[in-house]
Design a protein around this ligand. Sequence first.
Ligand code: ATP
Ligand code: ATP
Ligand code: MG
Ligand code: MG
Ligand code: MG
Ligand code: MG
Length: 269
Amino acid sequence: GATMAKSKFEYVRDFEADDTCLAHCWVVVRLDGRNFHRFAEKHNFAKPNDSRALHLMTKCAQTVMEELEDIVIAYGQSDEYSFVFKRKTNWFKRRASKFMTHVASQFASSYVFYWRDYFEDQPLLYPPGFDGRVVVYPSNQTLKDYLSWRQADCHINNLYNTVFWALIQQSGLTPVQAQGRLQGTLAADKNEILFSEFNINYNNEPLMYRKGTVLIWQKVNEVMTKEIKLPTEMEGRKMAVTRTRTKPVPLHCDIIGDAFWKEHPDILD
Ligand code: ATP
Ligand code: ATP
Ligand code: MG
Ligand code: MG
Ligand code: MG
Ligand code: MG
């Protein structure tokens, strides 16, 4: 504090690097689970998509948005989540290390804190970790292209994984055989294998698996019971009260096309 005397050691602070994010740019923090291939196996994740794990990831991301400042949108798939801070945020004077470490630690502690709510009879066997990185995007177009890139990645991986695990679980192929079967195939080939061999129309697979999860702030009506104290009555009376709150709401929609951004122009202000 200002009133505290400075010691002769104070100069060591000057060794701290300046990591201020460039002014007026979008700041993105992306987290990714550490060695989740192994974590998924040890915790018996359903293959190719464990919905408990995806919902837990989204709960953690909602907690991050509610606890930290100025996050306008988040996007998640598999073991990763990206958080976008508003262009003109001045949270922690835009220091990249503060953004990244607060997001990563809040997310990781939430993952452990809420584990039981999603994995009722699967104990958490060891403490999971997440890496983080900060990327700064200078324009709305580069930010939208960043998010499109992550959603395209979700699509490519999920199409591959859906066929790969069908070949293993339904046709009895080994992982090596399934990989060989898919070598060099295009998206159309994978759709065709799913349809002709497994009677699966990929477009009917759950949206959460195909599109990932977008979190945006939306007004929601909450009904809660409130005790109303009336001056004429000794006992409080319970009443249902509806109030409006702004919450991070999950959507499983396309964010690559223009429609999403036209529908939510406020996100990019
Ligand atoms: P790294 O530490 O380099 O990130 P990783 O093993 O986490 O290594 P990723 O490329 O991040 O590698 O892949 C995450 C892996 O976690 C997926 O390949 C998948 O095996 C597993 N995984 C993550 N989420 C789920 C889920 N919801 N359902 C099933 N498996 C999942
Ligand atoms: P910031 O988010 O800026 O770090 P802060 O409240 O964590 O805010 P610090 O300067 O880090 O501020 O100080 C940590 C505070 O936490 C201490 O001032 C003290 O009040 C409390 N605290 C931390 N550890 C202990 C402890 N072992 N026993 C009692 N109080 C503690
Ligand atoms: Mg990786
Ligand atoms: Mg990972
Ligand atoms: Mg990953
Ligand atoms: Mg502190």
